[in-house]
Design a protein around this ligand. Structure first.
Ligand SMILES: C[S@@+](CC[C@H](N)C(=O)[O-])C[C@H]1O[C@@H](n2cnc3c(N)ncnc32)[C@H](O)[C@@H]1O
Length: 381
């Protein structure tokens, strides 16, 4: 393979940041170096990247992207749809509910949305999943999933699969019929207008300027009466013109109702900046969030130090043990990962499965046990 010097890697990193919106420090130079070396000489790859050659742009985007996802991630979002949003939308006389899962990775979020809406909506449902990477969309369209994607992050709120007795299962046809997937970059105008927009765990990687562009495009696509759902670290406050709906930590936003006078809220952190770790969270969760920021920015070494600090401070904080195991998985250290997965099982064996453990996402004991058991049975995804 061709050796890429620091200048070429620097130039390609800048271009990858431009294509994806990722902040430069969320891009791992080694990932860029590896991807580029497969494509040709440094001069040729830099030149092709600079003129937007499709294959090179795709390879760089793929090197940068993080695709972690699972079904019914953050169940409170689905409960908000069922309990508040959908009844309001359908009361308003809509004939169709349109939902968009922006940055859908391999489709788990999109099909979860489709299942929730199909089960509960009295009117027609259309769900669009979009992502930057054709490879993710191909997996989403195939709609077959192994045990790792199906780790129980909570109760499976709605039926998703056509059971076939095999380890890999297929998404039910009724969900496929209302779902489609398209290539889309969040830095471009939205592909339509939507009543529900999920854009979760995507903007956290973006530079402040790219967050602004992404948030503006998403806000323009929000239909009157609809709602946008972000992940817990994606935005630092309500996007311009939107107001929080539901508990603040859910990061759900709707159009401001201008008729109702509101007391001026305290100055929120700028929506243009990705959320810094919420240091007001309980101590272990705050330390964990700090480690996650390093993981998401690709700095595994500092992440490992932060997680070690977390374990020393709070040895029985189970989400931190699982995070350390997953970091070993990413570093291709299966023995260390397996030992920590066993520790997860040991520390949770006496806890009720439905007990929810505090962490960056509140998840039940069953999620942690299921993750550890799945890994120990079959290895990493
Ligand atoms: C961590 S996954 C999140 C998946 C899902 N939303 C969830 O919360 O489980 C982030 C996804 O965002 C996609 N992505 C990154 N930058 C993007 C961009 N500029 N436009 C569209 N998608 C992007 C990545 O390809 C990846 O699949």
């Amino acid at each position: 393979m061709t050796a890429f010097d620091d200048n070429a890697v620097e130039r390609l990193t800048a271009l990858a940041s431009e294509f994806t919106g990722f902040s430069r420090d969320a891009i791992l130079p080694d990932a860029i170096r590896r991807a580029a070396a497969r494509l040709g000489s440094p001069e040729e790859v830099v030149e092709r990247a600079a003129r937007g050659d499709r294959a090179v742009v795709h390879a760089l985007c793929q090197a940068v992207s993080v695709g972690e996802t699972f079904f019914f991630r953050q169940p409170e979002h689905f409960r908000f749809i069922a309990g508040t949003l959908l009844p309001e939308l359908t009361k308003g006389g809509r004939q169709v509910i349109r939902a968009w899962s922006a940055g859908c990775a391999t489709g788990e979020e999109t099909y979860s949305l489709a299942a929730c809406l199909l089960d509960l909506s009295p009117v027609r449902v259309e769900v669009l999943g979009t992502d930057l990477l054709e490879r993710n969309l191909a997996a989403a369209r195939a709609g077959t999933y192994g045990a790792w994607s199906r780790r129980a992050s909570g109760p499976m709120l709605h039926d998703l699969f056509r059971e076939n007795g095999h380890e890999r299962v297929s998404v039910a046809d009724r969900l496929r019929k209302v779902t489609r997937f398209e290539l889309h970059n969040l830095l471009e105008p939205a592909p339509g207008e939507f009543d529900l927009i999920f854009c979760r765990n995507v903007l956290v990687y973006f530079s402040p300027d790219a967050v602004k562009i992404g948030v503006r495009n998403l806000t323009h696509a929000l239909a009157h009466g609809g709602a946008i759902f972000f992940g817990s670290m994606d935005v630092g406050g309500p996007p311009p013109g939107l107001a929080p709906a539901g508990p603040g930590e859910l990061q759900i936003f709707r159009h401001e109702r201008r008729a109702v006078p509101r007391p001026k809220p305290p100055d929120p952190p700028s929506a243009a900046a990705p959320m810094e770790p919420k240091l007001r969270a309980p101590e272990p969760v705050a330390l964990h969030l700090r480690a996650l920021v390093h993981i998401e920015r690709g700095d595994k070494k500092t992440a490992a130090q932060a997680l070690d600090e977390l374990t020393r401070a709070v040895p029985d904080y189970v989400p931190g043990i699982l995070e350390r195991a997953l970091l070993h998985v990413r570093n291709a250290e299966p023995t260390a990962a397996a030992s920590l997965m066993r520790e997860v099982l040991r520390r949770t064996e006496k806890l009720p499965l439905e007990e929810v453990l505090a962490g960056p996402e509140p998840l039940p004991v069953s999620f942690y046990r299921d993750s550890a058991q799945t890994f120990l049975k079959r290895g990493a995804p």
